[in-house]
Design a protein around this ligand. Structure first.
Ligand code: CUK
Ligand code: CUA
Length: 642
């Protein structure tokens, strides 16, 4: 029937073509018929389409999972705008190829090794008053315990810090309401400082931890000297969130495997015992970070690898850490926009648990504890501090918030659905099926003190039948959902072909003020004047024994200098400054055989150093089609045999 219809439409089109209607434009109805689109499809298209030259309303910063990068796209059109290179070299941006960015990647060394790779999970936007301010983005690496600082002036990575005590992490990056601290909680317990202890001493020697990285907004850098950590029991800490409003000054971290199970065979235990599912509940950690900062500033810390660590004993004695039972195998911990509730999804429970901050605070202040854990941390009575439990479905994971009060959205991994509900009343309002296996979800500014509503994005792990097949490795599927009405409406599927995005953070586009060009001669990675910049006319080649340094400029359509003579074995450095002021006039630089790509945006100075150990006549050229004479933008590195 469908095929017949298509044939007749095609025949009709041919007839039109042959007849008088040669130039008649197709009507909307014609297109709908030809492409087999329903009214609903066309409406969805109209809600997402941005005509040429138009701009989108929101920008989304999505983790790039195993790519170690960040993906930037805009909403509602779902157009990918950029990949931000973070933990992995990326040639288009020259990241890991020019000397300046190599220094940033080198900060990510862990005990002398550089993985040059990461598993990014949770981007966090810098906040002012609990709202994203568009200045900085932070992102964590789960595989190697690191976090990165990205400047939203140019969407470039400025700094990578390696956690001095953890060997793996997951509960980062979560930002306190004025970006005082960037929170990073460990994942799999380890020996603090990355030491060794046998697993038979797991309970005694293995620990979890949470780090509060002090952010210096002026410098746009994490101040490692003013950062500190708190030692935690070896429960597998997980996602975290900072309190806000009434709960500002506190943070919340989930954990799973309170059983402290570490596998069977080596431990002489049967391998298939209940493992991490033996107990009824896990623990939500409730931490007073403001007081912890005072305790750290007062010097009540132990140094591990030169880093201030508040011991578990001190943390308990100072009243910094409390535990609350939570449903088994919890995942997301999300603080409501008003800071009054903490919503926890447990993978093995069909409910989300809505904890009341007021009740938690009252119990802490009155020292009303149900019991203590094996390490002496006070445990609050779950029933006493619970506001509500809401039955949503199978596998509730993560929660985001609407601009409308009391409305939350929680992803249901097992059901492949999103539940919309009223967490004040504990009432389910709507459910929507997604394709398939949703992990996180992202509402517009949906984790801030003032969510923007309008759209929700489902970050689905499986795409299966959604896109044209490209082999066994499928892209991920980000589905755009209209949440402006009472019922959620699916609008668009976007394939994400760069690793597995875990979380994404969205911000109103008008809050971002990115640079058009750099101040002349900027080292973009430090945001300072480069010592190696020269103006057109002052280019030079400096020769020292065994060393040749080129101070050059690039401008349509020349490299100056165009010929560089060196001798086999010389160390050669090129410093290029892009002298363009015109928007989007980027040049590139590549030398045959010797080096990869440098990206030279207007005003930027970038450098590359290498040993000219192979004689020959090597061409270099501009890698961006910058002008009509782009192909002519070339030169020679002459490496004379010794
Ligand atoms: S995690 Cu991946 S779906 Cu790293 Cu936030 Cu939940
Ligand atoms: Cu410069 Cu092509």
């Amino acid at each position: 029937m469908k095929a017949l219809y298509r044939v007749s439409v095609a025949a009709g089109a041919l007839l039109c073509f042959a007849g008088t209607n040669l130039f008649a434009a197709e009507s909307l109805e014609d297109v709908m018929k030809r492409r087999n689109l329903s009214q609903k499809d066309v409406l969805a298209a109209a809600k997402t389409y941005v005509p040429t030259g138009g701009r989108d309303e929101f920008l989304v910063f999505s983790s790039g999972g195993q790519s170690g990068q960040v993906i930037v796209y805009s909403v509602p059109s779902m157009r990918i705008l950029k990949y931000i290179a973070v933990f992995t070299p990326e040639p288009w941006q020259g990241y890991g190829y020019d000397d300046e960015s190599k220094k940033v990647l080198a900060q990510g060394q862990i005990d002398g090794r550089n993985p040059n790779w990461g598993d990014t999970h949770h981007p966090g936007l810098s906040e002012t008053g609990g709202k994203p301010d568009g200045e900085f983005l932070f992102i964590n690496d789960k595989a190697n315990p690191r976090i990165a600082v990205i400047s939203l002036k140019d969407f470039e990575t400025r700094q990578i810090v390696t956690n001095p005590i953890m060997q793996s992490e997951h509960g980062g990056t979560f930002v306190t309401p004025n970006s005082e601290y960037v929170i990073e909680a460990a994942q799999y317990p380890g020996v603090l400082g990355r030491g060794y202890a046998p697993l038979s001493e797991f309970n005694e020697k293995f620990r979890g931890a949470i780090t509060y990285w002090k952010f210096d907004r002026e410098k746009g850098q994490i101040d490692t000297a003013k950062s500190f950590s708190i030692e935690l029991p070896p429960y597998t800490q997980d996602l975290s969130d900072a309190g806000k409003g009434p709960s500002d000054g506190w943070s919340f971290t989930n954990s799973f495997c309170a059983e402290r199970y570490v596998g069977g065979i080596e431990q002489g235990k049967p391998p298939f015992e209940a493992g991490c599912s033996a107990n009824d509940a896990d623990f939500l950690h409730v931490i007073n970070w403001k007081k912890a900062a005072e305790v750290a500033a007062a010097g009540k810390t132990t140094k591990i690898n030169g880093h201030d660590v508040i011991s578990l004993q001190t943390a308990i004695a100072e009243g910094l850490v409390y535990l609350i039972a939570e449903p088994k195998s919890p995942h997301g911990a999300d603080v409501t926009p008003d800071g009054k509730y903490i919503i926890v999804g447990g993978k093995l429970d069909t409910n989300v648990s809505v904890y009341s901050w007021e009740k938690i605070k009252a119990a802490v202040d009155a020292k009303q504890f149900a019991s203590k854990d094996a390490y002496g941390i006070p445990i609050l009575d779950m029933k006493q501090v619970l506001h509500k439990q809401v039955q949503l479905g199978l596998g509730p994971l993560h929660t985001q918030f609407d601009s409308k009060p009391c409305i939350a959205y929680t992803s249901l991994y097992v059901d492949s659905q999103i539940a919309k509900y009223d967490y004040c009343e504990g009432k389910v309002l709507d459910k929507l099926s997604v394709h398939y296996n949703i992990g996180h979800l992202t509402a517009m500014e949906g984790e801030s003190a003032a969510p923007a509503g309008k759209y929700l994005i489902a970050l689905n792990k499986l795409a299966i039948d959604r896109f044209n097949p490209v082999g066994p490795l499928h892209p991920q599927n980000h589905q755009l959902i209209d949440i402006s009405g009472d019922k959620m409406e699916l609008l668009y599927d976007m394939p994400v072909p760069l690793g597995e995005p875990h979380y994404a953070a969205a911000i109103s586009a008008d809050k971002l003020k990115p640079l058009v060009r750099y101040k002349y001669g900027t080292d973009s990675r430090t945001e300072r004047d480069s010592a190696f910049a020269v103006r057109p006319g002052s280019e030079k080649i400096v020769r020292e024994p065994g060393k040749v340094t080129v101070f050059g400029t690039v401008i349509r359509s020349h490299f100056t200098p165009e010929i560089v003579d060196v001798t086999e074995g010389d160390e050669v450095t090129f410093h290029w400054t892009n002298a363009e002021r015109a928007e989007d006039e980027t040049h590139g630089f590549a030398v045959s055989t010797y080096i990869g790509n440098l990206s030279l945006e207007p005003g930027k100075t970038a450098s590359v150093t290498f040993k000219a150990d192979r004689p020959g006549a090597f061409s270099y050229y501009c890698t961006e089609f910058c002008s009509a004479l782009h192909l002519e933008m070339e030169g020679y590195l002459m490496v004379k045999p010794k």
